[in-house]
Design a protein around this ligand. Structure first.
Ligand SMILES: [Mn+2]
Length: 334
């Protein structure tokens, strides 16, 4: 990919580099950002990783986890800014929040070249270099390709980050976005002393008490539409408070609405300070990315999201269910 070659050139000629991950970070953006950070540090670069939100605490086994900064922190200048796994700069901070947007603008103003590495089809590709490949299963695979271009060998720490990235975005290699390249990367990872059973347990089997509480609350709101092919659930601010839950605890709740026999599409509406966060999921060939886009969001064909400001969860859920039913009827007829 020519864009990755170009980014490799910019990396070689840079001393100070900053990496930015997206809002409500997931395993792919954090794993990719921390893998890239380590690769660049092994090359002797001075690197900082930025994120608006803290990463899920159970991911703290990754090298560099505790060095991640908030976007508003620091005043250093950088030769190169690399956005990772962000479908646009408006995924790094909330553009509706003046202070956050100003903090990002200030950071960007201190950077020389501004480039991105991403795999979202909805990415508008407006930066200086756009290494955007929507066929990549995860941003982590683009980091792996870049690592090879840069000639940095795989080690245990990089392996832990890249496994986290790709396993997170492929449902631990169980989704339709899995490509042969994932296993090419894994064969390299398996040659390091990485303990996959431990990472797998942390990422996919274990749940916090708060997560179990949220699942219980959400399932009580489960509703069915379109002959039980479309489902929806919601979580209110009260539910979050009752279970002492943080945003990360809600991450996999939406899967319970999808993983019911006969269900094609689902949505979870969760109240946050910024509005109702909508998580859409579907099983192929059913798509929900256009529905998320209707509400100002975006994402992938089978996993997408958006935030609707100024409403309650119940209202947002009804609107989303109507849109899903409409999309389901259209796709059924197509
Ligand atoms: Mn991703």
């Amino acid at each position: 990919m020519r864009e990755l070659e170009r980014i490799a050139e910019l990396i070689r000629s840079s001393e100070r580099i900053c990496i930015a991950a997206h809002l409500n970070p997931d395993g792919d953006c954090i794993g990719s950002s921390l893998a890239l950070s380590r690769i660049l540090r092994l090359m002797g670069k001075n690197v900082h990783v930025y994120d608006r939100d803290p990463a899920p605490s159970y991911m703290d086994y990754m090298d560099g986890f505790y060095a991640i900064r908030r976007v508003s922190e620091g005043a250093e200048k950088y030769d190169l800014f690399i956005a990772v796994d962000c479908s646009g700069l408006d995924r790094i901070v909330n553009f509706r929040d003046e202070a956050q947007k100003a903090a990002l603008d200030a950071l960007l103003a201190r950077c020389g070249h501004i480039v991105q590495i991403d795999h979202h089809g909805t990415n508008p590709r407006g930066l200086e270099v756009n290494a955007v490949d929507e066929d990549a299963s995860a941003a982590g695979l683009l980091i792996w390709r870049l690592m090879k271009i840069l000639g940095v060998p795989m080690d245990r720490e990089i392996a832990e980050c890249l496994y986290t990235a790709v396993a997170t975005d492929t449902g631990n290699f169980s989704q339709d976005n899995v490509r042969p390249e994932c296993f090419d990367m894994m064969s390299e990872i398996a040659r390091t002393p990485v303990q996959l059973s431990r990472l797998c347990r942390i990422l996919f089997a274990q749940r916090s008490h708060a997560q179990v509480g949220l699942i219980t609350s959400a399932l009580q709101t489960l509703c069915y539409r379109e002959h039980d092919t479309v489902t929806g659930m919601m979580l209110t601010e009260d539910d979050m408070a009752k279970h002492g839950a943080m945003a990360e605890d809600a991450d996999t709740v939406v899967n319970f609405g999808r993983d019911i026999r006969g269900v094609h599409m689902t949505v979870l509406a969760r109240e946050t300070e910024e509005g109702v966060k909508m998580s859409f999921r579907s099983i192929a060939p059913w798509r929900i990315d256009e529905v998320a886009k209707q509400f100002g969001g975006g994402g992938h064909a089978q996993a997408a999201g958006c935030t609707i400001p100024g409403v309650r969860a119940g209202e947002a859920l009804e609107a989303a269910l109507d849109a899903l039913c409409e999309a389901h009827r259209q796709q059924e007829g197509a």
